[in-house]
Write a protein that binds this ligand. Structure first.
Ligand SMILES: [Zn+2]
Length: 384
């Protein structure tokens, strides 16, 4: 059984059913997240797949959209600036697929959804969202754009209440899902950075329109008289949070439906904040609902913690909240030893996770240090 078929069976809840021989039991998903700076040359891509094969990893989750840019041949977005010294025909995703497919390794396209830029210096391409559609970007309570990382924000995010942006992002996911033989598409940054966003004029207007239908003319007048731009969000904080959650949910559903209509066997997954109450109330990322509504096939909680006990709590909670959908435990490899990673993976597996995903391939320093992969691989031989 190929790893894709196994993953798909796990998503559809048909793995290991009574009618199937034991040989088709879902193999453990042994995955690695691969960030864009680790695939900036053909050699990087080949080394990545060679090491994955050598150490028994069966799934690569490869970042092909980092900051509103592309590490594949995109019909919509500029090429990632990390590739500027490479020949124009170098296609990281295409190269990885060419190598990974014959090796039997599944490849998921990791696509950052809302996170779009991380510097005061704008992108060089006039085609980049930041330059072409600054009105698509989130604003804080003071109606300010935020371009670089701060305490509670990583940089510029796109605002999900915008129909035009939603349609654009759907096309980005579809572009990858229909032009590349990937096994899945993977959401990341499918959320707000923090409750300080988004207070753009459109969000405030849409929210006001929604609330005006529910309140009395007197109340409307009263709110208008405050002359406060944030009068409605202050007056109805719970509804305002709900409004924001709905924007992200709408974006997920729109993309999920479009991808599945085009590619029914594509696995749509998401990297999420592992603590659901934090995800729900501070990131407006309602992943429990997405799974319950069948708008997500697989969950990757980013359970990046040092303690195995805490990891167990997070993974257990994710599994309990996943409506039977498979959960892949995200392991913060950069901050723990390979021995601790093995401990966490074992625990997650005992709790019912279908596998693990190491964050990230950067622990190998572009493939020059392979001890970590070797140690994890030795603890989990291929026949598990
Ligand atoms: Zn907005």
């Amino acid at each position: 059984m190929s790893i894709h078929a196994a993953l798909l069976a796990a998503c559809l809840g048909t793995a290991g059913s009574g009618s199937e021989p034991p040989a088709t039991k879902t193999p453990q998903i042994r995955a690695i997240w691969v960030a864009r700076w680790d695939i900036t040359s053909p050699e990087d891509c080949r080394t990545l797949v060679r090491l994955a094969k050598q150490y028994g990893f069966n799934t690569l989750v490869v970042q092909v959209r980092g900051r509103g840019d592309a590490l594949y041949k995109s019909a919509y977005e500029p090429r990632c600036e990390f590739l500027k010294d490479q020949p124009p025909d170098f296609d990281p995703l295409g190269t990885i697929l060419e190598e990974a497919k014959p090796a039997g390794i599944a490849v998921h396209a990791w696509i950052n959804a809302n996170y779009t830029w991380d510097s005061e210096t704008p992108p060089s391409s006039p085609e980049h969202i930041v330059n072409k559609h600054p009105d698509w970007l989130m604003r804080d309570e003071g109606n300010r754009l935020v371009m670089k990382a701060g305490e509670d924000v990583e940089g510029a995010y796109t605002c999900p209440s915008n129909d035009e942006f939603r349609d654009f992002l759907k096309n980005v996911y579809l572009d990858v899902a229909t032009h590349y033989d990937v096994d899945g598409v993977h959401f990341d940054f499918i959320r707000y950075p923090s409750p300080r966003f988004c207070y753009c004029d459109r969000c405030l207007r849409l929210f006001q329109e929604r609330m005006d239908e529910r309140i009395t003319p007197e109340r409307r007048k009263e709110l208008a008289n405050t002359q406060d731009r944030l009068a409605y969000t202050r007056a109805f904080p719970r509804e305002w949070d709900k409004f924001r959650r709905e924007q992200i949910t709408k974006l997920v559903y729109c993309i999920y439906d479009a991808v599945k209509a085009a590619q029914p066997k594509m696995i749509v997954s998401a990297a999420v904040f592992p603590d659901y109450s934090d995800a729900f109330s501070r990131r407006f990322q309602d992943w429990k609902k997405w799974l319950k509504d069948d708008k997500l096939d697989m969950l990757f909680p980013m359970s990046y913690v040092k303690s195995t006990e805490r990891l167990a709590e997070l993974v257990e909670d994710a599994i309990r909240s996943s409506s039977g959908k498979p959960v892949v435990a995200g392991i913060g490899a950069w901050q723990i030893t390979p021995e601790d990673a093995v401990d966490q993976i074992t625990k997650a597996s005992e709790l019912g996770a279908v596998g693990y995903c190491l964050f990230s391939y950067s622990i190998t320093k572009k493939g020059t240090q392979t001890d970590y992969l070797r140690k994890v691989s030795e603890a989990y031989p291929k026949d598990r």
